[in-house]
Design a protein. Sequence first.
Length: 431
Amino acid sequence: MNRRRFLKTAASGSLMLRLAGCSALKPVSGRPDLFIYIADDQYKSSLGCYGATPSHTPNIDRLASQGMRFTNCFTQSSICTPNRGTLFTGMYPLKHGAHANHSGVYDGVKTLPNYLKEAGYRACIVGKDHIAKPSDLYRWEFRIEKSAERMPGAEGPQHDRHRKTDFHQVEKFITANDQRPFCLVHGASLPHAPNLTELPNGLKGYDASNWYLDYELGQYLELFNRLGLLDSMVILYVNDNESQQPRTKFTLYETGLRVPMIVRWPGRVKAGTVCDAMVGFIDILPTLLEIVHKDVPADVDGKSLLDLWQGRTSRHHQELYASYTGVLVSTPRQEIPYPIRSLRDRRYKYIRTLNHQVGHPKQNGAFFPYEQLFDLSVDPGETADLATDPDFQAIKQVMSAKVDAWMARMGDQGVESELQTLKKYPAKQTQ
């Protein structure tokens, strides 16, 4: 594709979004089509709607202007598989089982495609899944693999993961002779490393990857608009975990857990709104279940966001927990347990590094203290550790006790849970 055609095609996808309007809010009724777009290793501040200048994400930015943008959305881990498992189950990672990267959920755990099929939906995942190991219930009724064609700027063998979406197959799925509403989940490979080299528009590296991620989102939106679906469906944009910046992936600092979330649903979600409530990936499944009129099971840890989306409340969680599992059950394999746990409330952040006697395998062997405590109201960058400050011992003890209780509820045994994962997925299965 030459430069002029490339830019013209990209512009048409961006301009399309300007067609949509938003009328007075309507109550939830019927069963809308659902679309979830999951970015991979994107950092929030690289989106124009979250402050990036210049912006290389025009479609995401317009999506935010036509829907609700969340400023305090948190993942429940800082790596891909556990967060996708949480999105699909509504459970914390140590409960659903896929707490190690490239692992799978426990047998008997129901996921989004199971629930939606029961609700009379057809569910399809496109591109990256990342729930890498099988279980008895984790099944998508439809699956669309990436095309064989590389994205522009994906030139070397290391770029094979960056292949274009097969929009012909996507359109065939949407327009199939099937009267059921659909749920379409797109798992992007971008802007995860390796970065694209250079695009015809001159962007290079991370900016090129971020732009092309946004461009493919625009292609989806243009398709929905052409099929007359855009203004009746629910569109949710999220990123699976922060990366590409210091203290992000593989840690439980704010920069590793706080991610973009945007929802667009004309007539139900007011355009151009910003929500500061504390929400998490655990809340996505129960929200979707409420939309499709299905009861939320008691073992789901999250709670529906629908009251927030529709402006009936401005508050949600008062506390959110997170976990990081250090072992890696893929190739290359990482067998040093390095469990980290955290608790965040509206002001304080408590972090516990259980195996603090060894260096962090994914942080160049850096050592971290057993406990850290931060006052986010005055230290949002988490640079002043208060864990040994006499004035904050009572707060630390309360938060530590809450983490103990939460771990017990999750069946979380810390280092032992990681060793059990290594036994479940022995090296011969990860070659």
